[in-house]
Design a protein around this ligand. Sequence first.
Ligand code: PMP
Length: 437
Amino acid sequence: QAATNNLEAFWMPFTANRQFKQAPRMFVSAKDMHYTTADGRQVLDGTAGLWCCNAGHSRPKVVEAVQKQIAELDYAPAFQMGHPKAFELAARLAAMMPSPLDHVFFTNSGSESVDTALKIALAYQRAIGQGTRTRLIGRERGYHGVGFGGISVGGIVSNRKTFGTMLTGVDHMRHTHDPERNAFSRGMPENGAEYAEELIRIIQLHDPSTIAAVIVEPVAGSTGVLIPPKGYLERLREICSQHGILLIFDEVITGFGRLGSPFATDFFGVTPDLVTTAKGLTSGVVPMGAVFCTSDIYHTFMTGPEHMIELFHGYTYSAHPLACAAALATLDTYDEEGLLTRAADLAQYWEDGLHSLKDCPNVIDIRNLGLIGAIELTPIAGEPTKRAFSAFLKAYDDGLLIRTTGDIIALSPPLIISKEQIDELFGKLRSVLNAID
Ligand code: PMP
């Protein structure tokens, strides 16, 4: 692909920039709810960066904590050694999750959290004498990052088809007979429990004693904000428990307040065996992820039977001091400003604003939960993704950052957004939708 500008000779941002041969747009600074562009314009952040800057940008406490940390302890090996903030952060995170999920592994991204959780699930099953359980089950239109684990269990075929070898023994739950349609959007009945029966079909197909774990996003984000029908996650939990299968929630997006509770686990009242997180953990400031699991799983993995002692898993940058400092200061900011439940207070206001766009041209569906929203547009025949990308460009010109995924506009503003800024966001979006073809 030819570079569209000299700037892109050696690096280019991914996705639509390439597809539509756009010159790069650049942000040079950020504060609270806004980015500043290279040409000096203010852009309202409607996406919290990439679903990650939940506390807003360059928050004072976080800036100060990271600056102090780099001067004090820049790095500590994660093997054999720890440092005080790593232990402090682990204890603090453990206290945030429902009680059985009170142990953590640190990673550096969502993709690493997913790989870590899948490895732990497989190793745990083996350690408890369930070595035949080697299969992993994902879900169609699930997104779990770009590692080989994540693209194998992920349900987006185009993300994996070029790369050849995948994890073996993986299957995906299918929730629609029409692969073009969203699993959980328009036309889905209220009865989610029925949809969870798809897991029974998979179990019968493969034999439950071959299945180690099921991984799902409680609300799928990157594939267009797919809200689970009522009772779906509860029934998945039941089926997994009945059959000795571990349930993994990928909360890389839903974690840290996005739905109005600290985690989707609280929001839906369903407790999985492992939870993957990243993004909001440091509010996007320093790359970091964490996997939560029960103490049984943790201790089996870390100090279990003989063969487990030999196993090796961990990253050079696990529990990096800068990431721990950023995470602790971010958690302080969340607490002090009540941000982990703020989405619940704003949810109705957000919903009203979002749904006021339902009569705009080309809008075929609107979905929302907490402070997440999606507007699905009719695709242009033969040019899928183009209409939403036009909306992205127009919004950017009008001073609003949105995210597009296929022909869906996804919204997930920082949790500090005010009602006036919600009005501004939907006002801008209305004029964008009215302006594009
Ligand atoms: N899981 C989910 C649910 C995600 O949304 C993402 C990123 N959008 C990932 C995993 C991967 O995270 P990262 O890009 O930090 O590797």
